[in-house]
Design a binder for this molecule. Sequence first.
Ligand code: AMP
Ligand code: DBH
Length: 586
Amino acid sequence: MSPAADTGTGTRADTGTARADAPSWPAEFAERYRSAGHWRGETLGGMLRERAAAHPDRVAVVDPDGDPRRTVSYAELDARADRLAAGFTARGIAPGDRVVVQLPNTAEFLEVVFGLFRIGAVPVLALPAHRRAEIGYFCAFTEAVAYVCPGRHAGFDHRDLAAEVLRDTPGLRHVFVADRDPGPFTALADVPRTPGSGGPPPGGGPRPEDVALLQLSGGSTGVPKLIPRTHDDYLYSVRASNEICGVTADSVYLVALPAAHNFPLSSPGSLGLLYAGGRVVMCPQPSPDTAFLLIEREGVTITGLVPPLALLWTEAAAAGTPYDLSSLDVLLVGGAKFSEEAARRVRPAIGCRLQQVFGMAEGLVNYTRLDDPDELVNGTQGRPISADDEVLVVDDEDREVEPGTTGHLLTRGPYTIRGYWRAPEHNARAFTADGFYRTGDLVRALPSGHLVVEGRAKDQINRGGEKIAPEEVENHLLAHPAVHDAHLVAEPDAYLGERSLAYVVLRPAAGPLRPAELKSYLRGRGLAGYKVPDRIAFVAALPTTGVGKVSKRELRAAAAGPDSPAGPGPAVRPDTDRTEGTNGTP
Ligand code: AMP
Ligand code: DBH
């Protein structure tokens, strides 16, 4: 726990600690990004304050899930953030303190994060699908002082999860529940006891160079990595995204993906819309039925989807829909590779323009431009936001490849982190000595600067935009007493692009075990549903490399199909199975 949190004085004492936790840009780069006008010395909380002063009565957020539909004006959102900030401060939440926020697509999500931004407390942006394993880890690792959650959401009771996490995490002091029945905890509605002043935030508020929020990385290691984004750098990516995506005060953005994810939050997402003075519509779930109704009713002009959802919407629209989608101007698709064939079908079916987006919570975001010719829009994943985004395509020895050749993508720039939060050892591998982030993506650059994503070098599965780190899941599998060895790889899936396949070797003495039992074991360990393997294959042995290590390469090739050059792969026992997918969000 931070000294500031102990006393609740709201001083800046914690800022220095936060800096040591979050590697920052060298002074000459910071200077360059400031003088180029990228970093403008704004904060997210200050931005909302200015918008509320400029157009208090405009609608900022629509929350259609309630009855009646709820609208929140800019003045209301600002006042609500203020009052939450005052209430959180009264409960001892101080600048620099971490607060794990796990809320569905509701206006409360924005109210809470802006309440925290205003104090300079740091939201840790968990996804609704996360369960005890992830939430417990975020709370412990970030030494969070509070957890904000819904009551029941998507059939799951977060109050029970909170009770378990609270028991196991001594530093966690508060649980705030966005429900009239908070159980043994505090209802979020009871937090703003004190009216906000509308004046400067307690402790003067954060500085533009401070960490505003911690995003999550899909990662490729045993535990998720946290991504420290500053006010300055995040606001730059948002402002520049607005320009590229044509967002203005007249735009209406539908938050169809989980609101906390970097894509619907900042590319240009809800923050982009608030920056522009436009309107954010929270979509409770992304099915065509719900989303199409909201597009018609709210006059949605722009939204963002992962490829599986874009396919679903395209099919639904092509089949004929009773809803009028003519307000929709731009559909952003990203999070995983969108095939050229699928890309071509978007406009004829839905009637909107397509923008591909290849982004990462670590920073770099590429967009196809609205005036790009069709072959670039359909066949590439776009080009970087900024002239100051440095992009290198290199071979295994970090030497630049011939232009147009596929290689590893490295990047640094005005909104790409210089290191993960509290992860010095991992940072030494994930960044080059001169500060380039090793994205783990294999790309080919066109002369125009557009990138085509050709594959991936990192050990990660991209399940329709939901990133899975195999090592994390393997560790949970290995905890089962009957499991001797386990390896998770991707296998192709027509809808998701990739799904997960676990090769499992059981201990010789172990009794029979069914895949379904192993899956429920993983769920019982509190693992998010999208990380539970889609398929489990029990095998007698795993292929090894020359030095006797398990060959992931061969397993991946085997999962890719029987025709793969590596041959048929390990002999699979017949008791394998498949399950239903999860919801295909990033
Ligand atoms: P994360 O680092 O967890 O935010 O995930 C970002 C990663 O998602 C990227 O490094 C890519 O591997 C993948 N990704 C995002 N957008 C696209 C896209 N349009 N095409 C292919 N891969 C993508
Ligand atoms: O996958 C991602 O993380 C992503 C995709 C599109 C992202 O972070 C973004 C846009 O900002």
